[in-house]
Structure formats: structure tokens, C-alpha cells
Design a protein around this ligand. Sequence first.
Ligand code: GLU
Length: 379
Amino acid sequence: MDAAATTPNALAGFKRLTIKIGSALLVDGATGKLRKDWLAGLAEDIAALKSGGCELVIVSSGAISLGRRLLGLTGKALTLEQSQAAASAGQIALSQAWTEHLGHHGIVTGQILLTPNITEERRYFLNARTTVNTLLGLGAVPIINENDSVATAEIRYGDNDRLSARVATMIEADALVLLSDVDGLYTAPPARDPAARHIPEVAEITAEIEAMAGGAASHLSRGGMTTKLEAGKIATKAGTAMLIALGTRDHPLEALTAGSRHTLFLPAPTTTAARKRWIMGTLDIAGHITIDDGAVRALKQGRSLLPIGVLKVTGNFARGDTVAILDLEGREIARGLAGLDREMADRVKGQKSDLIRDLLGPDTRTELVHRDNLVLLTA
Ligand code: GLU
């Protein structure tokens, strides 16, 4: 199955990785028990990557599958309440397993349980990101899962494929690795179509690529190829590469470094995405711009911030500095790079665009923040 020994390291050049481990890898489907030998091998791989200078964040499923057995929930389908109870009991076992196996290599683990509001709402998002970054800075490996025991049906990811993509983009990982029970994307689900061909690289997730994914999922994990492609869209749009690789084998990450077969989804080649990611991450806000309701609507429609909608400018910023954009209630609704400096912004605030060149000269830009340099913080 593997290509020749000369195949390049599939993880080369990635300094910050998010690795998603599916339930079907960690938990034996027949017995409901942890696959300890497999986890021991993976822990060795993680330790090796870490000593090579890589930072790793693990998104681990398995809580519900482990909890089922612990609570004696043997029925085929669990009710929502039963899965939440299973997640609660199983999460402790899952964390213990990670702590023990990574602990053998002197690696400290930190547990973070997320719900969608945490990755979507900026205040929580920043907090979660800071915690992950602090753990990484301290040399620990964060172990992340969805907080299944409290997340309700309406507000949960339900699959760790998409959750891991949100985590990868939140921490600006270079790559997200989905360890799965298949070694990548095929032209059709291989179980159904023996003639299906493996696809080594995907430059863009088009409708044609999406049509190749079947909806099938194993009974332990919720995600099939469809949620993996959704994860791929989240990751690649934000500039993070994604790999789908076979996780069921022993030492799956070591295998990747030896060039084992996988599908690589290339990050979107947009500098806008990278710039926006960078703007989101700026903690140093040089000024505040308060805008009227009309300007709020325009920003939400994807337009640039024009001086006419600006009511107040504070702070001391130069062109290119990061500014926070506030609504009338003082809520930060967007963040962007100033197109004009503070003094110019003050002079043109409230003015129509065609008067701005009269005020500032013929060569000036007329947007206070261009839409390519602007990130909305609310929906
Ligand atoms: N969060 C779930 C668990 O830990 C798994 C979801 C998934 O399989 O994607 O059991």
C-alpha cells in the first residue's frame, strides 16, 4: 500500500499540527475497549514529532464509545440522554488514557472540551485559543473533544471532523491530519465501488470532489467522507492544509513521515484569508472607530468602511495599524487595518466619498478600512 521508501515525508514543513483521532481507531468495535497497543504506538509518534520541534494539538473522539461499555449501555442506538451520560463517563476514561500514554514520554496533557459557541463567539474563542497557545508554549499537548455531555442537539458539531477543523483554524495550525479508517479520498466510496481510484492531492474542494464522497459512516463515529470534506473546506479556506490518512495501522503518524498514502488538501492560495486570519489574531488595537447603523449594515454585506458612516475616531493609529470598529452601543463588530491614519480619519469622518479627495488630495484612498482588510466579528 505504501509508496517507495523515497516518498517524501508528508508532514515535512508543518510546525503546528492538529491531529484528529476517530473513535473507531481508539476503541475496539467488538469489545468497546480501548486499543491500548495502538494508542501506545501513536503516543510514540507524537513524542517523536514533538522532539523534532512540532507543536501538536489532539482532537480525540472516543468518549461515547468508551462510556457505553462502562455504563453497560449495550443497545444499538442510544437516546440523546444516554449518549450524553456515556460521553460523561467515557471522557474521564479517554483523558486518563491520553494522560497515561503521553505521560510515558514525559508529555503533560491538558483537556479542553468545546461546544460550537466557544469556537464561534469571539470572547470564548479568544479565551480557548489563549489556553491552547499557553499549553503549547509550556510544552504540553492539549487534548480536545466536544463537550458532548452538555451540548444539546441544536448546538453541537456532532462530529469531530468539523470540530477539529475549527480548532485547527483557531490555533492557525499549518495542517490538520484526519486519521481515519480510509487512506484518503477516492473517486467513489471504495467499499461500494472496487474500481474507485485514490486521489493523492486536492487543490480545491469543488462540487465534483464533493460528489465523490459517499454518506457512509461507521457505527462508532459520526463522520463519513462528507463531514471530512466539510472539515476540509473550513481548514483550507483559512489557509490550513488538511490530510486524510489511514489511522487504523500501527504508528500512523510515523507512517506519514515515511510518505504513506494519503490525500492532501491544499490550503486556499488566498492572501486575503491569511491576512484576515492575521487581523483576527492582533491583540494590539491602535484605535477605535464608532460607526452608524447604515455602516454596520454595509459591513455585514461585505462592503468596505467608508468615512461617511463614521461617527467617532479615537486612539492613535497610523495607516496599516489594527483598529476596532464599534457600533452605537460600543460593541466591537469588526476589526480591520486602517487605510488612513488617525488624523486623516478624523478629518474625513462623516464625509461623502467624493469630498474626501478634495480634503486629502487626489491620490488618497477613500475607504477608511478596505473590505479585504476587514474581519467581521458577529454574524
Ligand atoms: N465527540 C464524540 C466522542 O467523543 C465523537 C464524535 C465523532 O465521532 O466524530 O465520542
